[in-house]
Design a protein around this ligand. Structure first.
Ligand code: NDP
Length: 306
């Protein structure tokens, strides 16, 4: 059976950065990219807030470059999804794609999180063409335009207030007659004049044409169906951290995010580290994921040399 010193799961900014650092530390890392090589960033188009690219950078190109950098430095980057793990004792046992078995002395979990979508075909059709699940990533493209944010939690309030600073008008589409968000966040929304909350509304359809999103059709609880005109349609109805595989061994919080020890990437299982969005319910930016991938590789190196 193949035995790996440092196994990294996840082909996003956290995983590739961990692979870059682990390669340079001579840990001979093997990285499995999973179902979505490149991670969540590949669902967006241009990245304007990743430092080092004054003119912005194509998200797919950025991820391809990170991957190439890891490979050039010696990481063994493989297609394949880790389908089962046993972290009850070291070396850890892993199964890839349901059949290939291998062992690992250390493990870096960088499986990310996926944004929740409403599940409408029209929403899927306009993903990247006006439909986005990240205001910080894509809000800039809607300067002085009208946009909608779906959700009533802290993320939705935060994204709506962020967008209100850029856009002409922000509609919040809230399915109940209350916000789930903390009182402080609610106050921020209520004190922002260009945010309008559409209470008791669900989205029936995202409207658009060949240029992208042009509006949304909403159904209010009282039965009224009406359209709003928007250029951007932002989802903020939560994220699902990809931690289920590890949850029997690794501690997670109430929302499924892996719990790490203080400022380190260490989990409660010695030799298992977590990086990126799977352990970060707050910042969720590629730059933070990359930084935490670096930390995880340094922590794994320290662990393996002990
Ligand atoms: P939450 O689960 O807290 O909120 C999700 C929101 O989306 C709710 O208003 C929910 O409505 C709504 N929603 C869910 N599904 C649908 C749907 N199908 N259609 C329409 N609306 C829907 O997720 P968040 O991402 O906002 O927050 C996650 C965690 O992170 C929370 O604990 C939050 O407090 C925390 N957080 C903290 C921040 C801060 O402190 N600065 C910033 C961001 C997040 P309903 O209420 O009806 O269920």
């Amino acid at each position: 059976m193949e035995k790996v010193r440092c196994l990294i799961i996840g082909g996003g900014p956290a995983g590739y950065t961990a692979a870059i650092y682990a390669s340079r530390a001579a840990l001979s890392p093997v990285l499995y990219e999973g179902m979505e090589p490149g991670g969540q960033l590949t669902t967006t188009t241009v990245v304007e807030n990743y430092p080092g690219f004054p003119g912005g950078v194509d998200a797919n190109a950025l991820m391809a470059d990170m991957r190439e950098q890891a490979v050039r430095l010696g990481a063994d980057v493989r297609r394949g999804t880790v389908s089962a793990v046993d972290l009850s004792c070291r070396p850890f046992k892993l199964t890839v794609d349901g059949s290939t078995e291998l062992e690992a002395d250390s493990l870096i979990i960088a499986t990310g999180a996926t944004a929740r979508y409403l599940g409408l075909p029209s929403e899927q059709k306009f993903r990247g063409l006006g439909v986005s699940a990240c205001a910080t990533c894509d809000g800039f493209f809607y300067r002085k335009k009208d946009v909608a944010v779906v959700g009533g939690g802290d993320t939705a309030c935060e994204e709506a207030t962020y967008l209100a600073g850029l856009c002409r008008k922000v509609y919040m589409i809230v399915r109940r007659d209350v916000l789930r968000a903390s009182v402080a966040m609610q106050e921020r929304v209520k004190n922002t004049p260009n945010i309008e909350i559409l209470w008791n509304c669900n989205t029936q359809e995202v409207l658009g044409d060949s240029s992208g999103v042009t509006g949304a059709r909403l159904l209010r609880k009282d039965g009224e169906v009406f359209d709003i005109a928007v250029d951007g349609f932002f989802l903020a109805i939560g994220h699902n951290p990809q931690s289920a595989l590890f949850a029997p061994w690794v501690n997670t919080d109430a929302n499924g995010y892996i719990v790490t020890d203080g400022r380190s990437s260490a989990t409660n299982v010695e030799g298992v580290f977590a990086a990126g969005d799977v352990q970060d319910p707050t910042y969720r930016q590629a730059i933070n994921a990359a930084a935490s991938g670096c930390r995880a590789a340094l922590d794994a190196e320290k662990f393996l040399k002990r």
